[in-house]
Design a protein around this ligand. Structure first.
Ligand code: DI6
Ligand code: FE
Length: 410
């Protein structure tokens, strides 16, 4: 080991003889490098580019021959409700028999039935139920995941969910970002009084969660069956006062101008967006808010209105793709299948799909400086695939060509 760039430690490794898709912002398309190499010192990338350009000092480092395989940034699932208890297969059967998601929800099913299950579960239970879902994502190259609360709906149970989310990061080689989604649904004990619950979320629960350091961001569900734009704005005002970034479930089932509301608060992302109009897309572009598209939910509730992908392209809104893994509308634990759905259902290109689970997903989490592309200075989060063309990652359904995964250099 003689790598001078190793700054005294012996942890420099080089993955060579690979095709790279760097996904770098300034690159053309996927940023393909045909005979590429990635050099890593500790947990950071120190070089990603053509093998011929490897700094001389790195030639003595540990070398891993990729035998021509494709290296992409580690995948990022930027919108999940991964921590939940039980499942809603029975509700799925009701919907198969003809009931709509909104009808099931109004009949006392829906989110509130998951709230009952979560409140009855211990933190250890929750972790045990969540890990298999996380492992399925990790097996496909996921290195960063966002996890929301939102099935506790009181301080004790929201905190329990977020602690469970944080602690699974200690049990697996993965980066976890948490979002507080207290404004997800009205808990039964509030007797239909949404304003009273929102006052509690904004005035009591959120400040306590922030004090405990359990949330990286604050999310809400702006919808007829959930909370109005005014109510969400009260939660966002409280988030801003605490210095926490916001994101929003917006315009999923109807257009309440949720995208524009999110943009007004400089949201990291607005998510779902099936019913978003041109004014919403324009507002998002101006605010730099990422559009997080969730084709699993669109598919599972058999929605027919597609998000306005053309408007996002036209106005230069970045698009991410995520699983929305949740027991009610998207029991999905595959980002590869999510990409296939993004292409097949939303007519996204291969480049858009891959950027959507890497660079744009990092932006949606406020992590653009840390991960999501293969560039010097970023964390060494890599996925190495047994494929020839990047399109193979989007094209297959239910096949996993992951060869190896590297998280922070490990
Ligand atoms: N939108 C969704 O698709 C999920 N939450 C949300 O705000 C549904 C959550 C559930 O049905 O459990
Ligand atoms: Fe969601």
């Amino acid at each position: 080991m003689s790598a001078s760039i190793a700054s005294g430690d012996d942890r420099v490794r080089v993955w060579r003889n690979a095709k790279l898709a760097t996904l770098a912002e300034e690159a053309v398309g996927l940023g393909i490098v045909e005979r590429g190499a990635v050099a890593v010192n500790g947990e950071r990338i120190v070089f990603a580019g053509p093998e011929s350009g490897l700094p001389a000092g790195l030639t003595g480092a540990d070398i891993i021959d990729c035998e021509g395989r494709l290296i992409t940034p580690g995948l990022i699932d930027c919108h999940t409700h991964l921590v939940h208890a039980g499942n809603r297969a029975a509700e799925f059967e009701m919907r198969l028999a003809g009931a709509s998601y909104e009808e099931v929800s109004r009949a006392g099913g829906g989110i509130v039935s998951s709230v009952k299950a979560l409140r009855g579960a211990t933190e250890a239970d929750l972790i045990a139920q969540t890990l298999p879902r996380l492992d399925a994502l990790i097996a496909e190259g996921v290195t960063t995941i966002e996890i929301k609360s939102g099935y506790g709906l009181d301080l004790e149970n929201e905190a329990k969910s977020l602690r469970a989310a944080r602690s699974i990061a200690d049990q697996r080689a993965v980066t976890v970002r948490t979002s507080f989604l207290g404004a997800h649904a009205l808990p039964p004990e509030m007797d239909g009084d949404k304003d009273r619950y929102i006052a509690k979320v904004a005035g009591e629960m959120l400040p306590a969660i922030a004090q405990l350091g359990l949330a990286d961001a604050v999310d809400g569900f702006c919808e007829g069956i959930a909370f109005s734009p005014d109510q969400i704005a009260r939660v966002f005002d409280a988030a801003k006062a605490l210095g926490l970034p916001v994101k929003l479930h917006a315009d999923q089932l109807s257009n309440l101008d949720g995208a524009a509301l999110a943009a007004r608060y400089g949201a990291l992302s607005a998510d779902h967006l099936e019913y978003t109009d041109e004014a919403g897309a324009r507002a998002m572009a101006e605010a730099g808010t990422v559009a997080v598209l969730l084709p699993g939910a669109y598919y599972f509730i058999r929605e027919t209105k597609k998000p306005p992908v053309d408007l996002f392209r036209e106005h230069g809104v970045g698009m991410a793709l995520a699983t929305d893994c949740n027991p009610g509308t998207s029991p999905l634990t595959s980002l590869l299948l999510t990409m296939n759905m993004g292409a097949t259902l939303f007519q996204m290109t291969v480049e858009e799909c891959l950027a959507g689970v890497t660079r744009e997903a990092a932006r949606a989490l406020g992590l653009a400086g840390e991960t999501g592309t293969l560039q010097a200075g970023k964390l060494a989060d890599l996925a190495i695939w047994d494929v020839e063309r990047p399109a193979e990652l989007v094209y297959r359904m239910g096949f996993n060509p992951l060869h190896a995964r590297v998280w922070r250099g490990q």
